[in-house]
Design a protein around this ligand. Structure first.
Ligand SMILES: *[C@@H]1O[C@H](CO)[C@@H](O)[C@H](O)[C@H]1NC(C)=O
Ligand SMILES: *[C@@H]1O[C@H](CO)[C@@H](O)[C@H](O)[C@H]1NC(C)=O
Length: 361
């Protein structure tokens, strides 16, 4: 990329956001979700964590949908206090999750999570929360390739998971795997849903062997690499245009699952020698010392320019406080220390409570 374009982008990311602080947690231009904006001025995403003895909302051993990598209790996590935290918005209460009510509201409907393993985390959580409310209801559970599903047959409610790391396409060309910043052919699989919950970010950061592509392409320009926030901005802008063009938001509710933070670097919360390993408690209060990650600014920026109403589940700040909620060494897939995903039961249950609150409040 030319120097001037680079300079323009850094201007864009470092300076402009200061002038265009999007107030997060809002329906962006929304008459949206049929007028169900924040209730009486309550920002659901601003608050703190409190102990609630009635938590967790389900038991991992009775939920058939949890992957080993999130099943911390099964894989030996000795502490349990992390299961007991409830999110308390400063100026209202979250409605208690009611799985039967959820199923009745969405009877005959299709819901799809679209994104990476953080979408998987949230999809499994919602499936467990619902299943715990209707333990005897029939369900079918299919895991395969990029499209998995849980169907609650008695209610004809389907929860799909469409796995895609970047939302935009990866195309096999003879030069290798190409991340195409301006195409979403995969989007054809997302049509016809009644609710869509999107997420992407973590894979945009990967380097070396875990990088999912060999080149990036934008039109006829091929790049060996690019500033990753810039690439994310471009990819997410393509996604936003796809939603604006292809989703009838009078029929389909659209959510964006905000940026899920990691806790590999204790310096972010002023304990430089630490990571999520051995953390037993959230940070108290409402402020994460390092502030929100830059990717959250990209999300706010892109969503604020969309024509269609998309509800931002602004889970970044509240999740940043939960340094205690990761699998760390208790993810059952032997992948070392995971400070990126979240134990189930656990934090993604709160994301789903917020999703539920956005739908019913
Ligand atoms: C918000 O969306 C509505 C309906 O889609 C549209 O008519 C209106 O012009 C939009 N407002 C802004 C400020 O973009
Ligand atoms: C998240 O934290 C940032 C910085 O501390 C703040 O500006 C922003 O309003 C917070 N967002 C929410 C939803 O509370």
């Amino acid at each position: 990329m030319g120097f001037w374009i680079q300079a323009l982008f850094s201007l864009f990311f470092q300076v402009l956001p200061l002038f265009f602080q999007v107030e997060a947690g809002h329906f962006h231009n929304a008459s949206s979700l049929k007028g169900r904006k924040q209730v009486s001025g309550c920002n659901l995403f601003q608050g703190s964590w409190v102990i609630d003895a009635s938590y967790p909302l389900y038991d991992s051993s009775s939920c058939p949908f949890i992957d080993a990598e999130f099943d911390c209790q099964k894989y030996g996590r000795p502490d349990t206090q992390y299961l007991k935290y409830a999110w308390k918005p400063d100026s209202c209460s979250l409605p208690r999750f009611d799985g039967v009510d959820f199923l009745n509201r969405w009877r005959g409907k299709k819901i799809m999570f679209v994104g990476d393993s953080l979408s998987l985390n949230m999809w499994e959580s919602l499936s467990c929360m619902i299943q715990a409310s209707v333990p005897n209801a029939k369900n079918t559970f299919v895991r395969k390739g990029s499209l998995s599903s849980v169907i609650f047959q008695d209610y004809d409610v389907t929860l799909f998971l469409y796995r895609t790391s970047y939302l935009v396409d990866i195309v096999r060309e003879n030069i290798g795997a190409v991340l195409t910043l301006d195409s979403i052919n995969a989007g054809n699989s997302w049509k016809g849903m009644d609710m869509l919950i999107f997420n992407s970010w973590h894979w945009w950061l990967h380097t070396g062997k875990s990088k999912g592509w060999d080149y990036m392409r934008e039109g006829s320009n091929l790049y060996k690499d690019m500033d990753r926030l810039t690439a994310f901005y471009k990819g997410l802008t393509t996604w936003a245009a796809w939603v604006d063009q292809n989703v009838d938001t009078t029929k389909t509710k659209v959510f964006f699952q905000g940026i899920s933070p990691t806790h590999y670097q204790g310096k972010e919360w002023n304990e430089p020698k630490k990571s999520c390993n051995g953390e037993l408690e959230p940070l108290s209060g409402s402020v994460y010392p390092a502030g929100p990650p830059p990717a959250a600014t990209v999300v706010n920026n892109v969503l604020s320019k969309m024509k269609k109403p998309v509800y931002l589940l602004d889970i970044t700040n509240l999740s940043q406080l939960r340094k205690d909620a990761h699998p760390s060494t208790y993810g059952g897939d032997g992948s070392g220390s995971d400070c990126s995903h979240w134990c189930l039961p656990g934090l993604p249950d709160t994301w789903n409570q917020l999703l539920y609150a956005a739908l019913v409040m």
